[in-house]
Design a protein around this ligand. Structure first.
Ligand SMILES: Cc1cn([C@H]2C[C@H](O)[C@@H](COP(=O)(O)OP(=O)(O)OP(=O)(O)O)O2)c(=O)[nH]c1=O
Length: 195
């Protein structure tokens, strides 16, 4: 079986990949996450997942390495909401998401020396109205700062989520159904080593 490397600094992604019982190591990479002029959200997350996987593959010395990269973004009215830069932006994001439906896109890319395959998971999340006071209290919890769209469905932010259509693990940062399928395509089986 090829050695799987997760190209991510995200503890959420580590936990999710651990959940499906595949052995892996971690090699985080720092890439430029700027949106290109006129770039559409789906193209953006797929490009970044691809870039993360290839950057880690280039750093790995294992010729048989298989690298998994992922990127998550929140999309509201076609607008890409990444991680909030500061409190002001975090509160603006929550205000914009309040009482409305948005999309969460997570792209995954799996690459070895011969090929790179990308998959996209798209979910719809509906927020109940969030008051300014609640948004401020939520920001002060520290949770939103490093999350796309400024919230975490797996944390305190769950109280805002009225409805989810799609992949819960995808919203958290790593869509496990698509990930497992892609791993199988590359000859890796989930939970094969856990019995
Ligand atoms: C919407 C949402 C996002 N997020 C997180 C997932 C991602 O970690 C983060 C989006 O940022 P990303 O740039 O996708 O990932 P990252 O910088 O955290 O990690 P790396 O690039 O090293 O893999 O937002 C949640 O944890 N919960 C949520 O509900």
């Amino acid at each position: 079986m090829p050695a799987l490397i997760l190209a991510s600094a995200s503890p959420r992604r580590r936990e999710l990949l651990t959940q499906i019982g595949v052995p892996f190591s971690v090699l985080s990479v720092d890439i430029d996450e700027s949106v290109l002029p006129g770039e559409e959200a789906r193209a953006y997350v797929q490009r970044l997942a691809h870039a993360k996987a290839l950057a880690a593959l280039a750093r790995s010395e294992d010729p048989k390495a298989c690298v998994l990269g992922a990127d998550t973004t929140v999309v509201l009215d076609g607008r890409i909401l990444g991680k909030p830069a500061d409190r002001k932006q975090g509160l603006e994001m929550l205000g914009a998401l309040s009482g409305r439906e948005h999309r969460v896109l997570t792209a995954i890319a799996l690459a070895d020396r011969a090929r790179c395959e990308v998959r996209l998971s798209e979910s719809r999340v509906c927020f109940r109205p969030v008051s300014t006071v609640e948004a401020e209290r939520y920001w002060d919890s520290g949770e939103p700062a490093d999350k796309a769209g400024g919230y975490a469905i797996q944390g305190l932010g769950a109280v805002f989520v009225r409805e989810l259509q799609g992949s819960y693990s995808g919203v958290v940062g790593l869509p496990l159904c698509e990930t497992a399928q892609l791993l199988e395509e590359f000859g890796m089986q989930c939970w094969s080593d856990t019995r």
